[in-house]
Design a protein around this ligand. Structure first.
Ligand code: FPP
Length: 284
């Protein structure tokens, strides 16, 4: 059964079996028919989390993996269609070599350990970014997880690794030009929003409805520059390693309170229409 239908017909206790009372109460408040189809997360604050505990930064990343695991599983069980996590930016190579190597090691351990759970939750794993720059073993592990989960039909888990939003746009435009050159239609080439969207790494996925950023920073950090044009942005001071299911549910509930207007007038239009009709009636 598709994830959303399963979600609509299932009791909270079955949906999130280990839910605490607070979590169950938050799930009850969700409008199950208006879940974000795609949630994107800038996982930030691992270093500060570790620093506050006088621990090395890598301890923050290790704790960050636990937060990622809980978020992935919760999103899948709630019936979110796609989850994109920003794990490593193209700029993160500027970090000390030991930290970068530890991130790769953590990613490999996560994939190896969690694959059975990913399969159980019917999650389709994918990555986006310049993977060719990654160490061979990491790439192999990522590719193997993509192959193993390719037939899954539940949530799409999309992990951004060595990712840059600007590079993604440059890659999309170069691919469009290259297609036109090969097909001999370069002279007449006209680029549209649709052609760009179809050549982004996220082609086929809906744009994120909700973008969550942890640790209170108010930046986009070169993430999904095209796709977040109309995303609802949720910023929390919680550091990523402390981001738990309650935080996710609160973010989704906050999203469901927003009046999404996409440049139009949204739900205020109805009231305006009534007002214009009333003014019209009194002026007649
Ligand atoms: C930002 O914190 C976090 C990262 C650069 C890495 C996040 C990646 C993980 C936690 C790996 C988990 C991913 C999966 C898919 C299992 P920061 O180091 O920039 O924190 P700071 O701003 O406090 O220094």
């Amino acid at each position: 059964m598709p994830v959303l239908l399963r979600f609509l017909s299932v009791k909270t206790s079955d949906l999130l079996p280990s839910a605490t009372k607070t979590e169950a109460a938050l799930v009850e408040q969700l409008d199950r028919k208006r879940l974000p189809r795609h949630v994107a997360v800038i996982m930030d604050g691992n270093g500060r989390w570790a620093q506050r505990r006088h621990l090395p930064r890598i301890a923050g990343h290790r704790a960050g993996v636990d937060a990622a695991r809980e978020t992935i599983e919760s999103c899948a069980r709630l019936g979110i269609g796609a989850l994109t996590l920003y794990a490593f930016s193209a700029e993160n190579w500027k970090r000390p070599r030991t930290e970068v190597d530890t991130l790769w090691r953590l990613l490999r351990i996560y994939l190896r350990k969690e694959l059975p759970e990913i399969m159980r939750n019917d999650i389709q794993f994918s990555c986006m970014g310049h993977l060719e720059a990654l160490p061979g073993q990491v790439r192999e592990e990522l590719e193997s997880a993509m192959v193993s989960t390719a037939r899954n039909r539940g949530m799409r888990l999309n992990v951004a690794i060595n990712y840059s939003g600007r590079k993604e746009l440059v890659d999309a435009l170069n691919a469009i030009v290259e297609d036109a050159r090969i097909e001999g239609r370069l002279a007449d080439l006209r680029i549209t929003e649709e052609t760009i969207a179809s050549r982004l790494y996220t082609a086929g996925l809906p744009d994120p409805d909700l973008l969550i950023r942890t640790s209170g920073e108010k930046r986009i950090s070169n993430f999904l520059l095209w796709q977040i044009a109309y995303s609802e942005i949720y910023i929390t001071d919680t550091l990523w390693p402390d981001f738990r299911r309650t935080d996710l549910l609160e973010a989704i509930l906050d999203y469901q309170k927003r009046d999404r207007r996409f440049g139009g007038l949204g739900s205020s239009t109805e009231r305006d229409d009534e007002w214009i009709a009333a003014v019209g009636a009194t002026n007649r």
